[in-house]
Design a protein around this ligand. Sequence first.
Ligand SMILES: Nc1ncnc2c1ncn2[C@@H]1O[C@H](COP(=O)(O)OP(=O)(O)O)[C@@H](O)[C@H]1O
Ligand SMILES: O=P(O)(O)O[C@H]1O[C@H](CO)[C@@H](O[C@H]2O[C@H](CO)[C@@H](O)[C@H](O)[C@H]2O)[C@H](O)[C@H]1O
Length: 466
Amino acid sequence: MSEAFTRSASPADAGLGLLPSLDPLLREWLPRQRWFAGKGRPVTGFSLAAATELLPSESRLGLHHLLVRAHQPPVPGAAPQPGDCYQLLIGAREALPPRLAPALIGHVEQGPLAGRTVYDALSDPRPADVLLEALRAQARIGGLRFERDPAQEIRPGLVPRPVTTEQSNSSVIYGDTFILKLLRRIVPGVNPDLELPLALAREHCPRVPAPTGWLRADLDGEPSVLAVLQPFVQGAADGWELALRELAKGEDFCAEARALGRATAEVHTALARALPTVTLGRAQLRLMVDGMVERLESAAQAVPVLRPYVPALRTAFTALSDLAEEGRTWVAQRVHGDLHLGQCLRSPDGEWSLIDFEGEPSKPLAERRLPQPTSRDVAGMLRSFDYAAHSAGPAAPGWAAACRAAFCTGYAQVSGEDPRTDPVLLRACETDKAIYEVVYEARHRPDWLTVPMAAIERYATPVEPF
Ligand SMILES: Nc1ncnc2c1ncn2[C@@H]1O[C@H](COP(=O)(O)OP(=O)(O)O)[C@@H](O)[C@H]1O
Ligand SMILES: O=P(O)(O)O[C@H]1O[C@H](CO)[C@@H](O[C@H]2O[C@H](CO)[C@@H](O)[C@H](O)[C@H]2O)[C@H](O)[C@H]1O
């Protein structure tokens, strides 16, 4: 057992005095992080859900694992919520070496870390190593439970490096062998980001890296996932960068889109074997459609440019409930939930893997875990081809249409069902996705808002040819 695990203060002891001294620094730092979900509303205070000392404060490098609730005024019109809970890995040093400058949180004036500089420690190799070592040792430290698949070996001494590309959580790669995703906003309960890859591993589905290890702790009395370690797909490029590369060369992407359709169908087929499927009749469909309409209305509240399109967009959803009223039913199953080109990795030997089964992070966990028609994921990918084409300029709509068709063809080759044969469902799912994207972009990347808005404009016209 390494020195890191010899000392594990109780959460209450470890947190004593820590949070008040970090409070002014976190108020400034937290809202600037991409993964901070409460953008646009001030943070009025913090409370501690758990604190665990991973390396002693008084040593040269102190390391604290915190689950911190950020309190904010409620979203206008919404009921007050307990603050979102964030996972922080706080390093404390006398001074920060220049290579860690981007991770700076600030200089602590008082409390147990007075005089120390604190920083986001995941980008520092030593703290990252502490996490991997704890997973290897299946350590229990305070309330943190580091667990792993005993069938997979974690070699010691793998050199960590942080992932620097844009993401919703924070990841670190170990020696090109594993990647650890530290979830940032922690929601109590079963997390599909671990649940679904574990289920797919049980089905021996080769399209999804099988989880090697995971970190859990209780939050609000419920076991909750804090991090997932999985094999790193070496030398992989993601679908988004590959698509943009082909677009820049004026090349089509049909062969890859077809392969992506096949990979998606393989994952869906395995999920349908692994977890229950249900039939959506009139009542269940009405619930699903009500959800779509509610999301449209609340999106229009939040993003005013959407408002003129609300009545026309609503017809995509009512067309679906009309079919249900006529007696149509649909099969629903667990799906990826936020599938897009960036979630697809192509290894150098041309094989595609799907990652990031967290679902749309802004939705409640229970909703993300509901069985859905597979067209939800298909719609996500179709929207993604549109995003790629749009980012290449107005000359590319034919490129997106060809990718969409190729993806559906590949999907049908494996599943036996072509998503295009149910255009009303597909249209409703694409419209719902584009509305989600409008809110996502308005919140996180306002410069990108025109991309989903161009689709909204098209979906709001009576007929959009496939
Ligand atoms: N198993 C993997 N192999 C290689 N790269 C990966 C793997 N999992 C994730 N990545 C890389 O890390 C990035 C972030 O992972 P992702 O699960 O999408 O995180 P987030 O939920 O934070 O967006 C991905 O875009 C991808 O580039
Ligand atoms: O960070 P995640 O991968 O969990 O997903 C979120 O961020 C995505 C952007 O990084 C966002 O995807 C949207 O932009 C993509 C291009 O950057 C595009 O390919 C997708 O089709 C589009 O939805 C995703 O919606 C969001 O949940």
